[in-house]
Design a protein around this ligand. Structure first.
Ligand code: NAD
Ligand code: MG
Length: 394
């Protein structure tokens, strides 16, 4: 029986995880779930999964959550705040942790699971973007098992040979990692209309049903940029090991190209329950609830290259990846502020890239080795981004 903690249980990935888990009551037991604000859903999930621990990460909602849980006759240990998240991620009675909190808020609990040597199923890509080197060092020190949930990275992981050694493509005869992306909802939208894009249009992804932050990131292709950085750290790559391929149908989820001309791809319907089931059961396979891919249904199967005029955020992210950790930490922070401002109707869609570029350019290059330094660059970048919102995006 695998005992699981789901960080961000009320989110899109969290709910897909609980869906897969519920299909296999003989294999998985939910020990802890966490949520930030959606109390209705939190209580509903607690009734369904009967966890031993519940965390409400917004501490202001502690009393209200307590009352709601006791009214629903749920007998659990209730924790709150960021400390509560860190606590449940390292519980002795937890074997594996689904890291599915969105954004920088997921970093400390995910690191806590890593340091406790858990099996860590990583959806929270921002954690690696913020502090990839430190994160991977901690994985190596603690012996934690890190498995990628992000569909592209999960596809790459599935397409690599078992003998793959971190950072060593040549010994496995690998020539390139082909990171695929759909191009999002605005692949063919005239550039002249980008200023008028609304949050709801940006969140209407053609293939994937996701949380609002990652949906906007997919529309700007910052998501692919974050994934470029995520791939670097997960597999130990250099920038020129990775090619980005646009594949609007999201059937291929990424590929590995070998020096003999072979390309190994992982395919499937775009449903996150596939990579989630893969990581939950790894190295075995379990049923996920995802519809089998039917090739008779596939009308178009096409590929193209991304264009940095349409997707300036992708270029900014690749340049940040090459500049180093200070730049990717700053970029992640700036992007969180910019996306939130766009979703709140404060700035235009095309302002997101302006803020991101400005913040990275105005962040002092430095070598970051300590968590404290990373958190301080994150904080400074948020302050800069907030200043630029007011100054440049009126
Ligand atoms: P979501 O917005 O649907 O859910 C986010 C979860 O994080 C919720 O449970 C929420 O309660 C929690 N949360 C939000 N703010 C918090 C805070 N300040 N402190 C603690 N918890 C907080 O997001 P999602 O789409 O499920 O994405 C989650 C993560 O997985 C993101 O990092 C995203 O990039 C990554 N991811 C998502 C998908 C997808 O298909 N949804 C695919 C690949 C990777
Ligand atoms: Mg992805």
């Amino acid at each position: 029986m695998q005992r699981i903690c789901v960080l961000g249980a009320t989110g899109s990935i969290g709910q897909s995880t609980l869906d897969v888990v519920a299909r296999h009551p003989d294999k998985f037991k939910v020990i802890a779930i966490t949520a930030h604000s959606n109390l209705d859903l939190l209580v509903e999930l607690a009734v369904k999964c009967q966890p031993e621990y519940v965390v409400i990460s917004n501490p202001d909602l502690y009393q209200q959550t307590k009352t709601r849980l006791s009214r629903a006759k749920i007998d659990v240990e209730l924790l709150s705040g960021p400390e509560g998240l860190v606590e449940v991620a390292k519980l002795a009675e937890v074997d594996s942790v689904m890291a599915a909190i969105v954004g920088a808020a997921g970093l400390l609990p995910t690191l806590s699971a890593v340091q406790a040597g858990k099996k860590v199923m990583l959806a929270n890509k921002e954690a690696l973007v913020m502090c990839g080197e430190l994160f991977i060092n901690e994985v190596q020190k603690s012996g934690a098992k890190l498995l990628p949930i992000d569909s592209e990275h999960n596809a790459i992981f599935q397409s690599l040979p078992d003998s793959f050694v971190y950072g060593d493509l040549a010994s496995s005869g690998i020539s390139k990692i082909l990171l695929t992306g759909s191009g999002g909802p605005f692949l063919n939208t005239p550039l002249s209309t980008f200023d008028a894009i609304t949050p709801d249009q940006a969140c209407a992804h053609p293939n994937w049903d996701m949380g609002r932050k990652i949906s906007v990131d997919s529309a700007t292709m910052m998501n692919k940029g974050l994934e470029f950085i995520e791939a670097k750290w997960l597999f130990g790559l250099n920038s020129d090991d990775i090619n980005i391929v646009l594949h609007p149908q999201s059937i291929i989820h990424s590929m590995v190209q070998y020096s003999d001309g072979s390309v190994i791809a992982q395919m499937g319907n775009p449903d996150m329950r596939t990579p989630i089931a893969h990581c939950l059961a790894y190295p075995n396979r379990i049923e996920s609830g995802v519809k089998a891919l039917d090739f008779a249904d596939i009308v178009n199967f096409s590929f193209t290259v991304p264009d940095f005029v349409r997707y300036p955020n992708l270029e900014i992210a690749i340049q940040a990846c090459e500049a180093g950790q200070y730049a990717t930490t700053a970029l992640n922070a700036a992007n969180e502020i910019a996306v939130e401002a766009f979703l709140s109707g404060i700035i235009r869609f095309s302002d997101i890239a302006k803020i991101n570029r400005n913040v990275v350019e105005h962040t002092q290059p430095e070598v970051l080795t300590e968590l404290q330094q990373i958190l301080s660059v994150d904080e400074q970048a948020r302050a800069l981004a907030t200043q630029y919102l007011q100054r440049d995006c009126a």
